[in-house]
Design a protein around this ligand. Structure first.
Ligand code: 13P
Length: 255
């Protein structure tokens, strides 16, 4: 049985101060949340402060990206080991905004996944099709390519420890979330590919979460789907009460 996994991706929002206020309030709001993995991904500047504020709580911290090298002349980048030292336990990689705006490819996602695992962090690997790809009936092919190349050379044990976030690009920040049928089909497909390529244990243990306009009022129908293990929340995660509400409603669905 996979525990529900709810993560907040804050993107380019929140200062160090705002992060600490949020995490302290979230701690008290989720103290009875039970068996749920709760993750917040602040900007790099606030990662350490978030980890300190979350110490001895059910909340873990993620970075929103890493570089694949350990060190070197890569101005502006941070390594997975640096993220870990700052207190992160997870690293989001391959977010569609990074693919679209910063030219990330399935190959760089793969290098980052390997680096993140090598540093002892857990990757949250984002996949998902654009609107044009969906309209061209290419969704499942796109997912196959992103997963095959993005997870190339990973072992079954490594895949078992991953989180894969299915985020249809057309659903991000648009208020237009995937229908349960669309999400269910994509998640079941991802799970079947994991089973075929990495084995049954990897497929059973890997968390496959949904992202794209998740709100308190639609989380329930999503996490009720058998292959949806939680959510990666953007806009609604900036408000601590809305995010705590999403956590609470995903738990109601788990029992
Ligand atoms: P929204 O929840 O704002 O649609 O963003 C989703 C997302 O990109 C999470 O990574």
């Amino acid at each position: 049985m996979r525990t529900p996994f709810i993560a907040a991706n804050w993107k380019l929002y929140k200062t160090v101060h705002e992060t600490v206020v949020f995490v302290k309030e979230l701690r008290s709001l989720v103290k009875d949340a039970g068996d749920i993995e709760i993750v917040v991904a602040p900007p790099f500047t606030a990662v350490h402060a978030a980890a300190e504020a979350a110490r001895n709580s059910p909340i873990a911290v993620a970075v929103q990206d890493v570089h694949w090298e350990r060190e070197g002349a890569f101005t502006g980048e941070i390594s997975a080991a640096m993220a870990k030292e700052a207190g992160a336990e997870f690293a989001i990689i391959g977010h569609s905004e990074r693919r679209r705006l910063f030219h990330e490819t399935d190959e760089t996602v793969n290098r980052k996944a390997i680096a993140v695992l090598g540093a002892g962090l857990f990757p949250i690997v984002c996949v998902g099709e654009t609107l044009e790809e969906r309209e061209a009936n290419a969704t499942l092919d796109v997912l196959d390519r992103q997963i095959k190349t993005g997870l190339d050379s990973l072992t079954g044990d490594q895949v078992a420890s991953l989180v894969i976030a299915y985020e249809p690009v057309w659903a991000i920040g648009t208020g237009r979330n995937a229908t349960p049928q669309q999400a269910g089909e994509a998640h079941a497909h991802i799970r079947s590919r994991l089973r075929a390529w990495f084995g049954g244990t990897a497929a059973d243990l890997c968390h496959v979460i949904y992202g794209g306009s998740v709100k308190p009022d639609n989380i329930h129908e999503l996490v009720m789907l058998p292959d949806v293990d939680g959510a990666l929340v953007g806009g609604a995660s900036l408000d601590v009460r809305a995010f705590a509400d999403i956590v609470a409603r995903s738990r109601q669905s788990a029992v």
